[in-house]
Design a binder for this molecule. Structure first.
Ligand SMILES: Cc1cc2nc3c(=O)[nH]c(=O)nc-3n(C[C@H](O)[C@H](O)[C@H](O)COP(=O)(O)OP(=O)(O)OC[C@H]3O[C@@H](n4cnc5c(N)ncnc54)[C@H](O)[C@@H]3O)c2cc1C
Length: 394
């Protein structure tokens, strides 16, 4: 089924397709379908691909022109992402800065911050990591303990961050810190932009389940940043962080959808081959049908959410349902794919390169944690959608 984005978007869509046809060639084409939000696979090629996209003017489609963007709307952003996923172009290496930090700076940054940082996100000359989580402050982000104190024209920062995706290659971090030492929970926090190239920042890589150097723990010991590198107001970091987490998730729904559909089709092909060999037992058969159906249901939900966003309405708690359904569904899809592959799907270990399907399955397990763990999503749905009593809070 082909989506109809309306006559206005068709010219833009043709432009995107033409560009992708002409540029998704050579080693970029060899890496079709590679990567995900936290996948370190083929990092250098993907970074080169991001630079190719930057040169073509395809990063920051909806960001203001004066900071290097295209100044277009959410519809164009969605059309681009859709065509991009349809072509199975490599996943953008710099997605954290493009999807989270950039929109946050556009909405809440000072004029000087926008001019200094946005063009360098868009030309991929500076890489960013997100320093929100800490040991003891993940789902419960309000428990952040890393602190920052003013010292003349600087902030001096002490504490530890963890699970910083691509922290080991980041030039800058956007970190949530406690600037009021006497504050509790959501109050007294601030969002600081911190350069990593200084003695006070020590980064230790953490290896993920697929054996990749994907994230890092970051130790901040008298690290410094300039006083004017606070995003939003001092003490209002919670507002800034929540703004970041809630930004236009809609633009990424359809690409994720298309990826799942491709994976479901591959799964179906494997199931057919197994059935022809007389090896598809009824239980597995039922699970294949269920997995394929759930991808279709996901499509309908996503289209509804996007419809709401394009009409300028807030889709409300629907995004939590979509997140929970997609992440748990993706794990089931991956599990099933590895079962259909038989013993070959289980081979891992040093000296053996995981194939894309195995890597996707292993990385999908993390999708039920980052961006809001499944248990927390269920709490939100229980309380905000179903009207169940609030869970006890500390
Ligand atoms: C691949 C990956 C990439 C990441 N990248 C980044 C990044 O770039 N920057 C960054 O700052 N962070 C990042 N994170 C961290 C991520 O945001 C946290 O892992 C997540 O918020 C969960 O926090 P936690 O690990 O401290 O687990 P906890 O919050 O300690 O949770 C442990 C378990 O308890 C459950 N739980 C917690 N609270 C409740 C509750 N109220 N009710 C029911 N169950 C509950 C959780 O669901 C989970 O199962 C990343 C994580 C992963 C896996």
């Amino acid at each position: 089924m082909e989506l109809d984005f309306g006559p206005e978007a068709e010219g833009f869509r043709a432009e995107v397709r033409d560009w992708l046809d002409g540029h998704l060639v050579g080693e970029f084409a060899e890496h079709r379908g590679v990567g995900g939000p936290t996948d370190a696979e083929a990092w250098e090629v993907r970074l080169a691909w991001d630079r190719e996209l930057a040169a073509g003017g395809w990063l920051g489609i909806s960001w203001p022109k004066e900071y290097g963007g295209r100044g277009l709307g959410l519809l164009e952003e969605i059309v681009f992402n859709y065509e991009y996923a349809r072509a199975a172009a490599p996943y953008r290496a710099t997605c954290s800065a493009l999807d989270l930090l950039g929109p946050m700076l556009v909405a809440m940054g000072s004029e000087a911050q926008k001019r200094r940082f946005l063009p360098r996100i868009l030309d991929v000359s500076e890489l960013w990591g997100q320093g929100f989580s800490e040991p003891g402050a993940g789902s419960d982000l309000a428990s952040v303990r890393t602190r920052a104190e003013r010292d003349g024209e600087d902030w001096v920062i002490n504490g530890q961050k963890v699970w910083t995706t691509m922290g080991h290659v980041a030039d800058w971090l956007y970190v949530l810190v406690r600037t009021d030492p006497d504050s509790q929970r959501h109050k007294g926090l601030s969002m600081l932009l911190v350069p990593t190239d200084q003695p006070g920042v020590e980064v230790r890589t953490i290896r993920n389940l697929a054996g990749q150097d994907e994230f890092a723990e970051v130790f901040l010991t008298d690290a410094r940043t300039r006083a004017d590198l606070v995003v939003g107001e001092v003490g209002q970091g919670w507002r800034t962080a929540m703004g970041t987490l809630g930004i236009e998730r809609g633009a990424t729904l359809l690409p994720q959808q298309l990826t799942f559909e491709r994976e479901a089709e591959a799964l179906l092909a494997a199931a057919r081959a197994k059935a022809e060999a007389g090896q598809l037992d009824p239980e597995l058969r039922a699970r294949v049908v269920q997995a394929w159906t759930s991808v279709r249901i996901m499509r309908t939900t996503n289209l509804r959410t996007i419809g709401e966003l394009l009409a300028g309405r807030d889709p409300g708690p629907q995004s939590h349902i979509a997140k929970l359904y997609a992440s748990t569904g993706h794990v089931r899809l991956g599990h099933l794919a590895s079962e259909l592959a038989g013993p070959a799907g289980q081979i891992t270990g040093s000296g053996y390169a995981l194939d894309t399907r195995q890597r996707t399955f292993l990385l999908s397990l993390a999708e039920t944690i980052y961006g809001g763990a499944s248990q927390v999503q269920r709490n939100i749905i229980g309380e905000q959608v179903l009207g169940l009593p609030r869970e006890p809070r500390p």
